[in-house]
Design a protein around this ligand. Sequence first.
Ligand code: UD1
Length: 429
Amino acid sequence: MERLVIEGGKRLTGSMRVHGSKNAALPILAAVVMAKEETVIRDVPNLDDIGVMLDILRSLGARVTRTKSDVVVDPSSIYTTDVPEYLMRLMRSSIFLMGPLLARFGTVRISKPGGCSIGTRPIDLHLKGLELLGAEIIERHGFIECRAPRLRGATIFLDFPSVGATENLMMAAVLAEGETIIGNAAREPEIRDLATLLTELGAKIRGAGDDTIVIEGVPELHGGIYQVSPDRIVAGTLMIAAAITQGHVQLHNVRLNDLTAVTTKLREAGVQVTGLHDIIEVKRTGALSAVERIQTAPHPGFPTDLQAPFMSLMTVAQGVSVISETIFEDRFQHVSELQRMGASIKVDIRTAFIRGKKELTGAVVEATDLRAGAALALAGLAAEGTTILERVHHIDRGYEGFEIQLRELGANIRRVREIGKDVHVTVDA
Ligand code: UD1
């Protein structure tokens, strides 16, 4: 059992490089199983979710090597398309393997992903799309089996621009016979990343990043080299960390255009944000103002993954902020924990009303999911006194060296492990 111990009140200053994107790397690691040869992927973050994906690839028979942030996947030795249930249970994103394995080997078997703490998260759009591409889908005993000797191109209109469904179907369509059109596609930057990788491997894709993607099927993919884009959610989290601590932080390896929604809202709150090339600088000198309205939305709207961190910021802003969550039905679990730290928040179904306070107070709080965990750590950085953040493993799914990065920027934060009743040792020194 590990926890973070945070002494609040330190201003964050200095510069930091943002690591590669988890949400881009996961589908990319799934996509490379479609190639005939090995692919080198650079700037793959060292995160628990990525580790699970690499274990799944190994369990299928692929040869996987990792040197620092480079991962090499040789899929030529894959001998099974059954994704082991215990690995599937560790990470929902293993569904990304459905499209690629089906397209390349004509069959795939996965266990049905359950809901998770932020919502039910069905995969109906993935399955409907695969059916339109000609797959036969059998769901029984908690497993999903898909079969199709060769997928056929089709026109697919997504009822909702799901990121995962767009990625899964784009990957499947790459090796299908003929043309596939995905309408109402997700426009998240990670879609563009995946399309660029697939194109590098020989796929023919137009329109990735727009709401209509056209894929011309090709018979096979070859190997290649690809550099993963920076993680915009990590960048956004660090930007908010700078703002909440009245800090001054420079972030390197960012894509400014991918951060427009969060940059706009930070400026509305009175934070200075400037950017040049791949560097963004965040500085706060005065008081924070409440932001009247934030509504999460598919890209280029405000990202749901930064909703919780931004709410932490608004707990110490002057005035009342209103934050609506439209993507996931149960993504306000950080609210009760923030309230333990003294935050004044009322929730009406999917809208939170936050009356900013001068200061939060440290408390023992619990991370319920990845981004909620990050949000609580940020609140701890700004709070008076000590915050103890339990269930920190959630944060390790999405932030590489989370507390180490924050400490390098001046935070007083350490990770401790319980080795006996009320006996803890520091583990990240
Ligand atoms: C991805 C991101 C996650 C982010 C989310 C929204 C990865 C690994 N994860 O998740 O960090 O929070 O996008 O930006 O990239 N839905 C359905 N049926 C489906 C698929 C989705 O109803 O078949 C619903 C979901 O329940 C949810 C909404 O659509 O309410 C958005 O989900 P989706 O865009 O698919 O998110 P993920 O790809 O799971």
